[in-house]
Design a protein around this ligand. Structure first.
Ligand code: C2E
Ligand code: MG
Ligand code: MG
Ligand code: MG
Length: 281
């Protein structure tokens, strides 16, 4: 009796794994076609200076509208694209599209704006990324310090030596390098010293608890001080309330990004945001 129950459980378990593998494989195949089927698109979210309330930058965020499943989160499909290496053509498309939009916005008079693009570990390890970035800057006539590349601690951990060398090459090109989701990986402190970062992004999970959580308050204040000591720009991610903004500003954080300032929107909506921003403040 017990034996047959265990056998049933085992078969159920295998069937579940089998279904999961199939589903992932299917998603991987669908994703492979997504770029040419025009299912991928970009959204843009403002980054704001907390003292002047001006928009200083914008982060590009990728979206996948699956024909049957609707919107799938990048947290789900980016790892699949990394695994299949489709992140290389997809990431190239994101980079080029972002540069093209930035170039158009610069021509509309927003020439101080900085464009931030997320770079996956796989793209960072790819030796040709540096030439690609240089090529895009020259094609779209974008000053290097108007392009920011965001990498996560986890992604530089994949191969520390190669990541460090690649980041140094990108730094020589003059682009801004940001460490995304700061505080969620490990050994953060040693990386700050070792890698040529210009900026750290305080992860949303720490900003969430402000100002009520004592722990998060202490962590956020420590990160801001740390950034200052290392001469790094510090931006808080996931700012949703005025209370959070106030707290961050008092703690000496100069920049913020989050729904409080604006959700990620389509390019033409973002241009409207840029045009109306100062008037609305
Ligand atoms: P991330 O780079 O840390 O981006 C911030 C995420 O927080 C975005 O989620 C954004 O929509 C969300 N967010 C911003 N402000 C708020 C807020 O106030 N409240 C809440 N609840 N969420 C907020 P999204 O767009 O789903 O992206 C998730 C992650 O996927 C990104 O995290 C990034 O790691 C990755 N990703 C997105 N686009 C790309 C891309 O083009 N390439 C690569 N390699 N990764 C990407
Ligand atoms: Mg990011
Ligand atoms: Mg982040
Ligand atoms: Mg993230």
């Amino acid at each position: 009796m017990a034996k047959s129950r265990n056998k049933n459980r085992y078969q159920f378990y295998i069937a579940t794994i089998d279904t999961e593998i199939r589903q992932r494989k299917k998603l991987e195949m669908d994703l492979h076609m997504a770029l040419e089927q025009s299912e991928l698109s970009l959204r843009f979210q403002p980054q704001v200076n907390l003292n002047s309330s001006r928009i200083i930058g914008v982060e590009t965020l990728l979206r996948w509208n699956h024909p049957d499943k609707g919107n799938i989160s990048p947290d789900t499909f980016i790892p699949i694209a990394e695994n299949s290496l489709d992140i290389i053509p997809i990431g190239d498309w994101v980079l080029e599209s972002a540069c093209s939009y930035l170039s158009a916005w610069r021509q509309s008079g927003f020439d101080d704006l900085r464009m931030a693009v997320n770079l996956s570990a796989v793209q960072l390890q790819d030796k040709s990324i540096v030439e690609r970035v240089e090529g895009l800057l020259s094609k779209y006539q974008i000053p290097a310090d108007k392009l920011e590349l965001e990498v996560t601690e986890t992604s530089i951990m994949e191969d520390i030596e190669v990541s460090c060398a690649q980041l140094n090459r990108l730094k020589e090109v003059g682009v801004i390098l940001a460490l995304d989701d700061f505080g969620t990986g490990y050994s953060s402190l040693s990386y700050l010293k070792r890698f040529p970062f210009d900026k750290i992004k305080i992860d949303k999970s720490f900003v969430d608890g402000l100002p009520d959580s004592k722990e998060n308050t202490v962590i956020v204040e420590a990160i801001i001080q740390l950034g200052k000591s290392f001469g790094l720009e510090v931006i808080a991610e996931g700012v949703e309330t005025m209370a959070q903004e106030k707290h961050l500003r008092h703690a000496g954080c100069l920049e913020g990004q989050g729904y409080f300032y604006g959700k990620p929107v389509l390019d033409d909506e973002f241009l409207d945001v840029l045009k109306n921003w100062d008037r609305d403040q």
